[in-house]
Design a protein. Sequence first.
Length: 391
Amino acid sequence: MNKINHPEEERRILERRNFFKTLAAGSVGAIVLSSSKNVSAIVSSSKPGNPIPEKKKVLMKVGCQSGGTTVENLEFKARHGVFNIDGGAPKYIEGVGWDLNDSLAKKEACEKYGISLDAYHLPLSSEGIDKVKFPNIMLGKSPARDKEIEIIQQMISVAGKTGVNCLNYNTIILPILRTGLTLDPKRGNASYNTWNYKVALAKNEPLTIAGVVGVDTMFERITYLLDRLIPVAEEYKVRLANHIADPPTHEGFRGITRWNSPDIFEGLKRFANLYDSKYHGFNLCLGTVAEGLKDPKTEILPIIKWVGEKKKIFNIHFRNIKGGWDNFQEVYPDNGDMNLYTVMKALRDVDYPYLIMPDHVPHHADPASQNQAFSFAYGYIKALIQAVSTE
């Protein structure tokens, strides 16, 4: 049975319905009004003097310098989304330099997997003066160093001719310095390369064959080298990326004062200002820079800003540490003292366009541990690049 409403009751029902319709219309109107105000604000902010910040285009990409250009390594890199690499070096022809045909073959091998061969390593390595292939350059011995420099000039030309536009190198006498390993039971018993200056002093190691070398002499020898390399680099459009000595340490350690020690920022500035050339810059190892700082988390950022704004960063070694000056451990990217997300944003903000490469990774007894650690680093770097690309 249908309920029959009294005329007066029907009138009140209609009034309530009209009230709610009006209320709803008013709400929509309020929303529209609010939206139009927001649009007006956006339009207003886009007027001259109030620009809307544009999302930065992020050009950097994950890369790697380990493994060379073997089929096994190229497939490993491609499986993990690494499509830009440092290929190590072409075959060496004694007394001449690099084999041009081998460099072309390496390039072609990479291209089969969609991988870009972006860099090589010159034979000015971090092994130390006793083991480096061309020792006379940093020993300052002529005419032997002149022949070594001539060979490196040939290597620059081979790189340029085959489209490899970045060469990483070191200008050191002491090798990479470490004093042992630190076990981390919280990370599956991984072990971290460790440096402790007091432990190193207690070893009382002798001078190298270079004897005593001060910082000004180091820079004289670096300048002698680069005076002869940079014109060739400019001719072939190849960036020369210097990796700072690892780690920065005290003056006169084992007779040597490293050019980036003891004040790493001042050393970087002095080196950067040697030449006003877009082919003179750094393989900026963030781990090594952090090793020379007392508070890496905060002190690394102004260094990235200064070097990056000068467009002197040609390659990034991306790793983290626990500790800093005089005492540190090389750890996984997610458990060190630096906030690598903040670091990646700093690189984005200076428009850094090249490779972000994992460097030293933790150790483990598992035979697959190195590839495992690199795989973790690749994913971590790719995620950070994606994160700072979407802001």
